[in-house]
Design a protein around this ligand. Structure first.
Ligand SMILES: [Fe+2]
Ligand SMILES: [Fe+2]
Length: 134
């Protein structure tokens, strides 16, 4: 049932937002702070997003967006959310590449953009999309 899918995606939003706060704490670690801790947090944050955010985006695209666009008035919103998904995937791929090739500190630029966009994106889904589907 769509309501169950939406509820489980909403639960995932809460979990991912908690993880975004941890990532921000790591990114705010001063340059003379505990850089080993910061780098471990950045690395595990990128892993977490690859394992949890990517399947979340896929589920929305296969189970929610097709239902939402049956209501023509929601089409512009869904198109905007779909663009966000593509930008989020690109930013996460950039962060993964940075971790692998240059080290975790180099992932902070794409991760900072990802955190900002993902917060805005989750807020749109929670306020403008999910309430009208359930
Ligand atoms: Fe989404
Ligand atoms: Fe979402």
């Amino acid at each position: 049932m769509l309501a169950d899918v939406v509820q489980s995606l909403s639960d995932e939003h809460v979990a991912v937002e908690g993880r975004l706060r941890m990532l921000e704490d790591a990114m705010e670690e001063p340059a003379d702070g505990d850089l080993a801790w910061r780098d471990a947090e950045l690395r595990s944050g990128v892993d977490y997003l690859a394992r949890n955010l990517l399947p979340h985006l896929d589920r929305e695209e296969t189970e929610v967006f097709p239902e939402a666009v049956r209501e023509p008035a929601l089409s512009p919103l869904v198109a905007e959310l779909q663009t966000h998904h593509e930008d989020l995937r690109r930013l996460l791929a950039d962060a993964e590449r940075a971790v692998d090739q240059e080290g975790p500190a180099a992932a902070m630029a794409p991760l900072g953009k990802l955190v900002e966009l993902l917060r805005e994106h989750i807020a749109s889904e929670e306020t403008a999309l999910f309430p009208v589907l359930t």
